[in-house]
Design a protein around this ligand. Structure first.
Ligand code: ACO
Length: 332
C-alpha cells in the first residue's frame, strides 16, 4: 500500500507578541518563573477580531501554494482544534468556504495537543484506501480567547499561545512519506487537563446561574505535575513505538518534532531516551504551547531552517489532554 507524502507545508501566527514581561504587568508572575519552569520567552495572542479560522486559512494558503495544487484538487479537510470560532460547526467548514473548495469532506477533530498527529493519521488512512486523493490537514488554535489572564489563571495563561500550521497530503509511493502513525488515549485522567464548559453536563450548560456560580468552568484547568509525569512517560513510549514499527533505531532519525508543551518535558524525554536534546526540535521559546498547532508550526520552522532534507526520517510525537498521545514516522 502506498504511503501519503507531504507535498506542502505552511504556518501562520498572530502578529501580537506577548512577552513574559508583558504578562507580569497583568498578573502576578515573572520572566524568571516562566522561563525556569517552561523555557517560554514569548507567545503570540490573537487580537479581539481574530479567531482560529483566520490563522488556519493563512496557514492553509501557504501549504497549498507550496504543494502547487489548486483548491479544486483538495477532497478532504481535517482540522485539529479545541478552539474553533464557533461551538459548532467546525473550522473545517469555514476553510471549505473561504478557500473555495468543492463540497468535499471536511471535519474537525478534538484531540487537544495530539490533534494534528491524530488528524494526519486520519487523512493518511483515507488516502491509503484511495477514498480521497488530496488532503488538507491543519492544526489551528486561538485558545488564548478562553484563558483567564489574571493571577487566578496564571498557571495556564503563561504557557499557551495561538497559531496554525497546515500540510497538504497526497498519495506517494511505498518507500517515503508517512511510514506509520500510532494513536492512544487514556481517559481516566481527563480531569488533569480539561475545560468543562460549555458542555452538556449539568454544571457546564450555558445559563446565567452556571456562569455566575461556576465561572471557572469556562476556562481550562490543569494539574501541571500530573501532566508532566504522564508526558515524560508517554512521549518516549510512542516514539519507541514508531521506531519499532519501522525497524528503526533513534540513530536513524534526523529529527524528532515533539509537541511544544514545555522545554523541561522535552529535556526530560531526551534524557530518558538517552538521546542528545538537539535531536528534539524546540521553538516553544517563541510561541509557547499552541496545542494542535504546535507540531505543524515546528515542522515548518525546522524545514525552513534546513533541519529536514529529502530522505530524512522524522518522528512527530504528541501528548495532551485526554490524555491522548500519538506519533507519526515520516520519510521526507
Ligand atoms: N507565575 C508565578 N507563580 C506561579 C505561576 C506563574 N505563572 N503559576 C503558578 N505559580 C505558583 C503557584 O501558585 C504555586 O505557588 P505556591 O507554591 O505558593 O502554591 C507555585 O507557583 C507552584 O510552583 P511549583 O509547584 O514549583 O510549579 P511546578 O514546578 O510544578 O511548575 C508547571 C508548574 C510549569 C505547570 C509544571 O508542573 C509543568 O511543567 N507541568 C507540565 C505542564 C505543561 O507543560 N502543560 C502544558 C499543557 S499540557 C500539554 O500540552 C501536554
Amino acid at each position: 500500500m502506498n504511503n501519503s507524502i507531504i507535498k506542502g507545508i505552511g504556518y501562520h501566527v498572530p502578529s501580537q507578541v506577548v512577552t513574559n514581561d508583558d504578562l507580569s504587568k497583568i498578573m502576578d508572575t515573572s520572566d524568571e518563573w516562566i522561563q525556569t519552569r517552561s523555557g517560554i520567552k514569548e507567545r503570540r495572542w490573537v487580537k479581539e477580531d481574530e479567531a482560529a479560522s483566520h490563522l488556519a486559512i493563512e496557514a492553509s494558503k501557504k501549504a497549498i501554494m507550496m504543494a502547487n495544487v489548486s483548491p479544486e484538487d483538495i477532497d478532504l479537510v481535517v482540522v485539529g482544534t479545541i478552539s474553533s470560532d464557533y461551538f459548532f460547526p467546525g473550522v473545517s467548514a469555514q476553510l471549505q468556504a473561504e478557500l473555495g473548495l468543492d463540497k468535499i469532506a471536511a471535519f474537525d477533530l478534538k484531540a487537544a495537543c495530539s490533534g494534528f498527529v491524530y488528524s494526519l493519521s486520519v487523512a493518511d488512512q483515507f488516502l491509503k484506501t484511495g477514498m480521497y486523493k488530496t488532503a488538507l490537514v491543519v492544526g489551528a488554535e486561538a485558545q488564548t480567547k478562553f484563558i483567564n489572564k489574571s493571577t487566578e489563571g496564571r498557571d495556564i495563561a503563561v504557557l499557551f499561545g495561538d497559531g496554525a500550521g497546515a500540510v497538504i497530503l497526497e498519495p506517494g509511493d511505498s518507500h517515503s512519506g508517512v511510514l506509520s502513525t500510532h494513536l492512544h488515549c487514556d481517559g481516566k485522567d481527563l480531569k488533569y487537563l480539561w475545560m468543562e464548559g460549555p458542555g452538556s453536563s449539568g454544571a457546564c450548560q450555558i445559563n446565567i446561574d452556571n456562569i455566575q456560580q461556576n465561572p471557572s468552568h469556562y476556562e481550562p484547568h490543569m494539574n501541571g505535575k500530573k501532566v508532566f509525569q504522564n508526558a515524560v512517560v508517554r512521549f518516549p513510549e510512542v516514539i519507541q513505538e514508531a521506531l519499532d514499527a519501522n525497524d528503526l533505531s533513534i540513530d536513524d532519525v534526523a529529527l524528532v518534532i515533539p509537541h511544544q508543551a514545555n522545554l523541561r518535558i522535552i529535556q526530560a524525554v531526551a534524557k530518558r531516551m538517552n538521546v542528545p536534546v538537539d535531536k528534539f526540535y524546540a521553538n516553544l521559546q517563541r510561541y509557547g504551547n499552541t496545542t494542535a498547532a504546535s507540531i505543524p508550526i515546528a515542522l515548518c520552522e525546522a524545514y525552513n531552517e534546513g533541519k529536514i532534507s529529502k530522505g530524512d526520517i522524522i518522528i512527530l510525537a504528541a501528548f495532551g489532554a485526554g490524555f491522548t498521545w500519538a506519533s507519526a514516522a515520516i520519510k521526507w
